[in-house]
Design a protein around this ligand. Sequence first.
Ligand code: COA
Length: 334
Amino acid sequence: MAKQVPCGVRIAGCGSAVPDKRLTNADLAAMVDTSDEWICQRTGIRERRILDPDKGETQLWLATTGLRNALDDAGMAGSDLDLVIHASVTSEMACPSNACRIAAAVDAQPAGAFDIVAACCGFVYAMNVADSLVRTGRYRSIGVVGCDAMTTAVDPTDRSVAILFGDAAGAAILVRDDDLNRGCIHQTLNADGRTWPSLFIPRKPSDLPPDREDSGARMGTLRMDGREVYKFAVGKFREVIEDALTATGLGVDDISQFVCHQSNIRIIESAMDKIGLPPEKVYINIDRFGNSSAGSVGLCLDQLWKAGKINEGETIIMVAFGGGLTWSSSVWKV
Ligand code: COA
């Protein structure tokens, strides 16, 4: 445990993991009543990566691989971590947390470990919490990993959700830095729990809202009111980005990358249009990976990081929204 001296926060490394197995729109069209054209037009997704249970791939494996990758990038070992935070809605067990098992897999004991459930906001929530903890001076280094294996939580015969999701992990290693101005310079964590029936995963029939007719999908699979979530997301994306710019006094020109949750290309493009974000500053990978929930923003961050598109001294904004409903922003001086 570090001395309690306030400090800044540096991203020491990033990592990610996706399974090799691809699920294309053509594969889906062979399973449910849909088409490549419909999916591309309405979502921008062409294919997603999915776990291959025949190869023994699990959500835990994916999250662990993502965090290992970030540790390698930072040139650190698991034993260098004081804490592991894992964000997911598809953790293997309710107890222990996946974070404990991920920490064990990278040999991080006795580092603390806990899970965050904030759906697609999970990675951004976790980065905000981790930054705040390092900033107090109590923790020197925290491993953050957002990971969802959404294909384990969608009914493959339900075309309204099966087309959207893929499996991925994104991770970052945060360490203390002497520069107090470095790290997360503005953050928001928000939720409106009254809206939860728009997006949820029931465990048992009594979890269903009283006025809801069950679609017949099995328990443990995602229920989503796509139109409601779409309306919410279009408004929130714009609001969250504009609020972050106002709060920091920064303009679009001051931001090197807007790292947005990959939910639907139309939702991202609507924010780009309304705020006037240039395409080269808004990374898009939804065409190749779909919506990977808590994995999404971390996966984008790592791909940008490895491509050399996020450099020391630059400012980036991460934004996400998801089940809860939740929404979150995180502005970083890298
Ligand atoms: N293939 C073909 N047709 C489909 C379909 C599919 N996979 N899914 C729905 N349809 C049909 C509907 O039955 C409907 O038919 P109808 O007009 O005869 O009733 C029609 O397409 C339009 O459905 P609608 O739900 O209005 O489509 P949409 O334009 O809203 O697109 C989503 C659906 C899910 C792509 C869109 O609502 C969305 O992206 N919402 C946000 C979801 C999200 O981001 N979730 C994650 C949050 S982190």
